[in-house]
Write a protein that binds this ligand. Structure first.
Ligand code: SAH
Length: 244
């Protein structure tokens, strides 16, 4: 069922059900009343990542106060995406962009991975999670992807479930068409990994190619910026064997 883009959508942590009353956080109240200039009786959508999407009416019981009175279920909670999106953290602004695009493109798990050339090894998970929620609010994703703890590439590969195919975006791969390679894999649990600004090291590339659960793909003859590569890779994966 298509999401409703006419109404404002708000993520809340509260349990949702008919007749529930939700008191938004002060930041959200400010946004609704002062930025969106919503008034008593305005309708909006609320979701919590667990109970689906609900219609709610805004009640303003006092100055700078807001309550959301939950009415009916608009869209049931869908199953979470099973696509594990692994990426080497980039510098802050590009990282925000990357996480938001991963959510829009249907990642189910967002997994920062530090590699040899990663320039920003420490990422603020709260910031990543806030970006994931913001993207979910804007593009109607109800199953908010889990942003997991940063791991090293060694740890990621050591713990990887070999029944899940890991699509490796290899900027040094030669020119086979990724769609032909991906459709050859067929349906099944998937992961995707994109390297950092500095690309993967030769040693990392060699290790990845040697793993039985890894499939390398090429994203064309030009070296893409890491955040561009993420969107391009998610598009070809989702279009060929993903959920498009
Ligand atoms: N120096 C550039 C790009 C480095 S490559 C920058 O500043 O971002 C970043 C990552 O994007 C690579 O590790 C790879 O995972 C992916 N990538 C970029 N171009 C690619 C290509 N043509 N084919 C496959 N992967 C690519």
């Amino acid at each position: 069922m298509r999401a409703n883009y006419r109404l404002q959508r708000l993520f809340v942590p509260d349990d949702l059900g008919p007749g529930a009353t939700v008191v938004p956080e002060p930041r959200q109240t400010h946004y609704l009343l002062n930025v969106m200039r919503m008034r008593e009786g305005s309708e909006l959508l609320v979701f919590n990542g667990r109970d689906g999407e609900w219609a709610a009416d805004l009640v303003v019981p006092g100055k700078k106060k807001a309550e959301l009175h939950v009415g009916s279920l608009v869209r049931p909670q869908p199953a979470a995406s099973d696509l594990v999106f692994c990426f080497a953290p980039l510098k802050a602004g590009r990282l925000d962009y990357l996480v938001q695009k991963a959510v829009e493109m249907g990642a189910g798990v967002i997994r920062p991975v530090t590699t040899q050339h990663t320039q920003t090894p420490k990422v603020g998970l709260d910031r990543l999670r806030a970006n994931a929620i913001e993207a979910a609010e804007q593009c109607g994703v109800l199953a908010v992807p889990a942003v997991e703890e940063t791991v090293s590439l060694d740890r990621l590969l050591a713990d990887w479930d070999p029944s899940r195919r890991l699509i490796f975006c290899d900027e040094a791969a030669e020119g086979d068409n990724p769609l032909a390679i991906l459709t050859g894999i067929g349906k099944g649990p998937l992961g995707l990994i994109v390297g950092p600004e500095g690309g993967f090291s030769d040693e990392e590339r060699h290790r990845l190619h040697a793993l039985p659960f890894v499939t390398a793909i090429w994203l064309g003859p030009r070296i893409l910026r890491a955040d561009t590569a993420a969107v391009a890779a998610l598009a070809v994966v989702q279009a060929s064997i993903g959920d498009w």
